[in-house]
Design a protein around this ligand. Structure first.
Ligand SMILES: Cc1cc2nc3c(=O)[nH]c(=O)nc-3n(C[C@H](O)[C@H](O)[C@H](O)COP(=O)(O)O)c2cc1C
Length: 138
């Protein structure tokens, strides 16, 4: 079966609350389990960074739904490529909440990534986490 991985960032609706975030996560897990989609959803309080992986048609259809979802905007596809293996085989969608500053967020993300994530993917996650981070504060 051919597999594709897509990474995007987006801006969460300004007044998105915890209940809505939980609802997004619940739907994502339930639907992805049915669609054979796996991945990670990183939220830093203002922005999302998501990696989704699965059959190309399932990924394209999900991106269409994501583009119509008013709970976020400004979707930017940062990476899209065919892959041989999944980076997140055991996660129908894992939500990782991180700090706004990259200084903290990098460690928080690093502590959660499973061993199945190869170095280049890890690097991409860190780079994209930096891209959605606010000003670094010490
Ligand atoms: C940041 C974010 C991440 C999402 N991730 C997923 C996901 O991984 N899988 C999914 O099915 N829906 C996800 N959703 C929800 C979809 O946008 C959409 O609401 C859902 O798939 C149901 O689609 P429908 O209302 O057109 O039936 C996400 C929404 C947001 C805002």
């Amino acid at each position: 079966m051919s597999l594709k991985s897509l990474t995007y960032t987006s801006l969460a609706r300004l007044d998105l609350d915890v209940g809505e975030l939980e609802a997004i996560h619940r739907t994502a897990r339930a639907v992805n389990a049915l669609e054979g989609i796996t991945g990670i959803l990183i939220f830093n309080g203002t922005h999302f960074l998501q990696i989704i992986e699965g059959a190309p048609m399932a990924i394209d259809e999900l991106v269409e739904r994501l583009r119509r979802d008013p709970r976020h905007s400004g979707i930017e596809v940062r990476d899209e490529r065919p892959v041989k293996e999944r980076s997140f085989p055991d996660w129908s969608m894992e939500l990782v909440k991180v700090s706004a500053s990259y200084f903290d967020a990098k460690d928080e993300v690093a502590g959660r990534l499973p061993a199945t994530v190869a170095e280049p993917v890890k690097d991409r996650v860190f780079r994209m986490t930096e891209a959605i981070s606010g000003t670094v504060s010490f």
